[in-house]
Design a protein around this ligand. Structure first.
Ligand code: ADP
Ligand code: MG
Length: 684
């Protein structure tokens, strides 16, 4: 790829006009990256027509309308009885009905007001809302003079919702990015052009049909994505076989395993033992292990990883355990440290938070080989981190990391073994194509004595009843997660919904916590930590979907999920896994809204009936199309941008054949692999 284009794709979104660091951080949460490239790969979920109308009262609230309005009067923002009233521009439409345009944010107010002089007719486009009989348009997207109606597109492209990121923000970024692209593509080859043309087409579709998985541009992108993925798998498989006979098999030097087993306060499950047998067999071969362990949240993967690390320590090697976030790294460390102490193995943690002398000391201990097990984030493969003898790399939540990151850590040792952990069950039919370079172990058995989570669904209208039921449970020591969903239309509504729920619950309970995506990360972590603390008074935590996968709060035995119908099954199953981590009976309550529909109810029934992540993943795969659901990117196992499992089976075959042939082992395929690698090169 040309350097110019490459640099452009890698530009941090904060440098796009009107974005800035705060919004870029939110975008990172929503689209899983913060580069221009990550934005380009963020696929719109649909289009919404802009209904041209003469009469606002005749249109349905929620519709995006384009309408001619005459400005009657302007009332600037003020306070009224302690409430903030936004700036209001009162207008009349052709039918003579009143339509009020409102601006809450006064930053660009002057700019907007200049576009709306009193007495003038303007053509305005935005989402119609109605309060009583009042027609309202908040923050219109377009205000034009009548003769410029052609500047208003006939439909709006909708991006999957994200907390604190509005459709307007998406549109702004899209317009700027694609306006800058042609210059960067000057002199690019045919393949590159075709690829970016296809990307352009999905961001500027000319009809709703143009976004269907089998339409020209989406299908082309799906093929490219599969080709990138299958080629990465083929290369990794070849590389692994290449080192055959070049890796010394490690001899056992110490006896630690017995002490490890003796230190456990429980028996390993059959599935854990079987998985360990497979791991130990791999680790004694002359080609590096490359194994994926899949198991539901709570199935006991961490212990399995620790056992593998102890096995490696017996053979004088070091283990690095890579976690996707600071919080999860600290949590792993808190759990593993006491166990390692018992066995007499030195365990340490290394994240971006470690600085100065303390960090230097940790690095020395790693370099000397004294530290046998190190838990951490991407700090584990910083340039200045050296290992004496890195023998095993464990990657938790492996889908959160790109190939490049995996390789960076692997390069710190001499052909180290790799063990990936995943709590997102992938149906067997898919795992072959998705993880063709890995052997897979499945932990399909929960530790004994674990009670299945009781799951039920009830309508939102019974929320007061539910609240009344929670009181005695909380009095008896239960802690409650209360999850609010993303609201489709961005703006501040997701946060508003969570805040409103927080306010509501505070009327009934003394200390209710709140975390959402627009809080700064430190405060968010502090609230989470308070909730997790057994002794704190905080019994309920209202959260948007920001609560981490894998976060451990043993006293949390109840999870309430609002508008559960808006989540994918995999996401719901993962959320549910936040409870049921101890030996207490746990409950999951799925609240559904009025718009749930029969399909929605059937989907929720799947969760009420089974606790088996694999069965749920299978159902999820059968029941939904890509992009129908909100928040899918964070939800777990949708890891492709453009590939639709149900629609693109033939493309799978084509791509893997091309990748195997090696006919694709050229510069362009490398570019594709770079483009679709999940690893973000800008460290946040
Ligand atoms: P995962 O990483 O798969 O979500 P963990 O390894 O964190 O699960 O295990 C969840 C909890 O279950 C931990 O507190 C762990 O100590 C415990 N645990 C793991 N294996 C067993 C077992 N065989 N019997 C009883 N408890 C277990
Ligand atoms: Mg875990």
């Amino acid at each position: 790829m040309k350097k110019d284009l490459f640099d452009f794709l890698n530009t941090d979104l904060q440098f796009v006009k009107g974005v800035g660091p705060v919004l870029a951080a939110r975008l990172n949460d929503v689209i899983g990256g913060r580069r221009v490239l990550d934005f380009m790969l963020h696929r719109p979920s649909g289009v919404r027509p802009r209904t041209v109308t003469d009469c606002a009262s005749a249109a349905t609230p929620g519709q995006t309308i384009t309408i001619e309005l005459q400005v009657k009067s302007v009332r600037t923002a003020r306070s009224f009885r302690g409430r903030r009233v936004p700036t209001q521009i009162v207008c009349a439409d052709r039918a003579g009905d009143v339509v009020t345009i409102q601006f809450f944010n006064s930053n660009f107010l002057e700019y907007w007001l200049k576009k709306l002089p009193v007495g003038a007719w303007r053509i305005v486009s935005g989402k119609l809302e109605r309060s009583g009989t009042r027609n309202i348009i908040n923050h219109p997207e377009f205000i034009e003079e009548l003769e410029n109606i052609s500047r208003i597109p006939s439909m709006q492209v909708i991006y999957p919702a994200g907390e604190g990121v509005t459709q307007k923000t998406f549109a702004n970024i899209r317009d700027q990015v694609f306006a800058a692209l042609p210059d960067r593509l000057a002199g690019a080859d045919e393949n590159t052009r075709e690829f970016f043309d296809a990307l352009h087409d999905i961001h500027f579709p000319d009809s709703a049909d143009a976004l269907l998985p089998n339409a020209a541009a989406p299908a082309k992108l799906a093929y490219y994505e599969l080709l990138a993925h299958q080629s990465a798998i083929a290369i990794s498989r070849r590389a692994r076989l290449d080192v055959r006979n070049r890796r010394a098999v490690r001899a056992k030097k110490y006896d630690l395993m017995d002490r490890f087993y003796a230190s456990l306060s429980f028996e390993l499950t059959g599935a854990q033992r079987r998985t360990l047998d497979e791991i130990f067999a791999d680790m004694s071969r002359d080609i590096p292990m490359m194994r994926l362990v899949q198991g539901d949240v709570g199935s006991g993967k961490t212990i399995v990883a620790l056992a593998a690390a102890v096995h490696m320590a017996e053979r004088a090697g070091q283990t690095a355990l890579l976690a996707p976030t600071d919080t999860l790294a600290q949590q792993h460390y808190a759990k593993l440290k006491p166990m390692c102490d018992k066995i007499g193995i030195v365990c340490d943690v290394l994240t971006g938070r470690d600085k100065g002398a303390a960090r230097r000391e940790k690095l020395i201990s790693l370099r000397s080989g004294r530290t046998r097990i190190v838990v951490g984030t991407h700090a584990l493969f910083s340039d200045d981190v050296e290992y004496k003898d890195l023998g095993l790399v464990v990657i938790d939540e492996q889908h959160r990391f790109g190939v490049a990151q995996r390789e960076a850590l692997r390069a710190k040792g001499a052909h180290p073994d790799m063990l990936a952990l995943s709590a997102t069950p992938i149906p067997r039919t898919l795992s072959m194509t998705m993880y063709g370079d890995m052997d897979v172990s499945v932990i399909n058995e929960k530790p004994a004595g674990r009670l299945p989570i009781r799951t039920s669904k009830i309508p939102m209208s019974r929320i007061d009843e539910l609240t009344a039921h929670l009181a005695p449970q909380i009095a008896a020591g239960a802690k409650v997660f209360w999850v609010c969903p993303l609201v489709e239309d961005g703006e501040d509504t997701t946060m508003t919904a969570a805040s409103a729920r927080h306010e509501y619950l505070e009327k009934y309970f003394p200390s209710v916590g709140l975390v959402h995506g627009q809080m700064d990360k430190k405060r968010r972590d502090a609230v989470m930590a308070e909730f997790a603390d057994d002794n704190s008074a905080m019994k309920i935590l209202v959260a948007t979907t920001v609560i981490e996968v894998g976060i451990d709060v043993p006293r949390a035995t109840i999870i309430v999920i609002e508008n559960a119908e808006r989540f994918g099954l995999a996401a719901l199953h993962q959320l549910r896994g936040r409870v049921g981590r101890g030996n207490l009976q746990s409950y999951c309550i799925l609240l559904f809204g009025r718009a749930v529909g029969d399909d929605g109810l059937r989907r929720l029934d799947v969760l009420c009936e089974t606790d088996d992540g694999f069965a749920i993943a299978e159902q999820d795969l059968m029941m939904r199309g890509v992009g129908e659901l909100i928040g899918t990117r964070q939800s777990g196992w949708i890891q492709y941008h453009f590939v639709d499992y149900r629609m693109h089976r033939d493309l799978f075959r084509l791509a893997s054949r091309a990748a195997m042939d090696g006919t694709t082992d050229d510069g362009w395929t490398r570019d594709l692999m770079y483009i679709f690698d999940r690893g973000d090169t800008i460290s946040a």
